[in-house]
Design a protein around this ligand. Structure first.
Ligand code: DSN
Length: 420
């Protein structure tokens, strides 16, 4: 991108932007919820649509001058529906948390119960962590894994809790779980207690759209919430989709606007339309398949070195590694050490973690961004091997050595501006 105007007009802001551009270009991004968008997506974000107020929805807005906002939002909606086999899509949520909050307010009354995944077993803050304000309004109860080594969810316990607590929503989805869920079981339990089956697919939206992960709609899920910037490789934002119901869709529309949000960020909606268009191309299927192959290849390396991965590996794009058991260091120490070597990932709680969230016992990393840069299995294994070296040796000499190799790998795989 050309930043010459910012450079000329605001040296301080430019310094931060240029620094981040360089950091991304010269380092390796392994945070599994991050990715690189195309230049076309960036151009949409930088467009004049950012100047426009467009409260409401296509054809029914509260301000004039909506010819082009209507066109671009309709494009985003239709493409989103096609990608996920949905009958309805709301593309206005500003992020994944906003999408989940709007979904709760559409489907629940204050005091109603939601059955969601325990945070330390892979769930998400917005799935009912006590630290969120959501828990002041709704009642959240949890399920978790029965077996941390296989990742199997305790479906019997889940059914028992559902029957006892009568949730209005049975919520699937995760931000740190490396396996596929048994969607049919979720839907079965939801139907048994008269709940709506919702899945937060934020992490795996791109894998679903790319056909390498199962689509929860095919198993009877009613609603999907998601972000658009992770494996789906779009701009930062959120979205809500429904499989069928018109009534449900109307409630969700009302909940997003005017219930929760004000004017949609139309530059962002346009960028979503562009990204969804990219994800509809056949090459996105190849990308999604490679993301999964690359993650498996990395897991093989850690397995060979006897490291403890939660669920003993991965079936999707991410790996959750117990650094305490594997390398005798906290997740925070591992994150900092690898950061110095030019490898960015995040410290993360492991199931039933006894350490504090700011310095938990594990790290979480994945392959969406590396795969966008064209990394294949061999290169991902090379990265994993270097990670093991840094975490094992943990000295300055090794950090410097790996940093050099990382720089060469990164500059040898420039961040692409477009996708085939
Ligand atoms: N912050 C996101 C992630 O990294 O998974 C989830 O909200």
């Amino acid at each position: 991108m050309d930043f010459s105007f910012i450079q000329e007009e605001d040296a301080d802001a430019y310094a931060a932007i240029a620094g981040e551009e360089q950091r991304q270009a010269e380092g390796l991004e392994l945070i599994p919820s991050e990715n690189y968008v195309s230049r076309a997506v960036k151009e949409a974000l930088a467009s004049s649509l950012t100047n426009k107020y467009a409260e409401g929805y296509p054809g029914a807005r509260y301000y004039g001058g909506q010819e082009f906002t209507d066109a671009v939002e309709t494009l985003a909606i239709e493409r989103a529906k096609k990608l996920f086999g949905a009958q309805y899509a709301n593309v206005q949520p500003l992020g994944g948390a906003n999408a989940n909050i709007a979904m709760y307010f559409a489907l629940l009354e204050p005091g109603d119960t939601v059955l969601g995944m325990e945070l330390s077993h892979g769930g998400h803050l917005t799935h009912g962590h006590p630290i969120t304000y959501l828990t002041k309004i709704f009642n959240f109860v949890r399920y978790g894994m029965k077996d941390i080594e296989t990742g199997e969810i305790d479906y019997d316990e889940m059914r028992r809790v559902a029957k006892e607590m009568k949730p209005k929503i049975v919520l699937a989805g995760f931000s740190a779980y490396p396996r596929e869920l048994d969607y049919a079981k979720f839907v079965e339990i939801a139907r048994e207690v008269g709940a709506v089956a919702v899945m937060d697919v934020a992490h795996i939206a791109g894998l679903i759209a790319g056909g390498v992960a199962k689509n929860p709609f095919d198993y009877g899920f009613d609603v999907l919430t998601t972000t658009t910037h992770k494996t789906l490789r779009g701009p930062r934002g959120g979205m809500i989709l429904t499989r069928a119901s018109d009534a449900l869709a109307k409630k969700i529309d009302k909940s997003v606007f005017p219930g929760l949000q004000g004017g949609p960020h139309m530059n962002n909606v346009a960028a979503k339309a562009v990204a969804f268009g990219e994800a509809l191309r056949p090459s996105f299927k190849t990308y999604a398949a490679q993301v999964v192959k690359n993650a498996r290849a990395m897991a093989e390396v850690f397995s060979t070195h006897g490291a403890r991965m939660i669920t003993a590996g991965t079936s999707n794009h991410l790996i959750l590694l117990d650094t305490e058991t594997s390398f005798g260091m906290s997740g925070g120490e591992a994150e900092a050490l690898l950061d110095r070597a030019g490898i960015t990932l995040n410290k993360n709680a492991i199931p039933d973690d006894t350490r504090k969230p700011m310095d938990p016992s594990g790290i979480r990393f994945g392959t969406p961004a590396l795969t966008t840069r064209g990394f294949t299995e061999d290169e991902c294994q090379d990265v994993a091997t270097r990670m093991v070296r840094v975490l094992t040796k943990r000295d300055d000499e090794m950090v410097v050595q790996v940093r050099k190799a990382v720089h060469a790998l990164a500059t040898g795989h420039p961040i692409p501006e477009s996708f085939p």
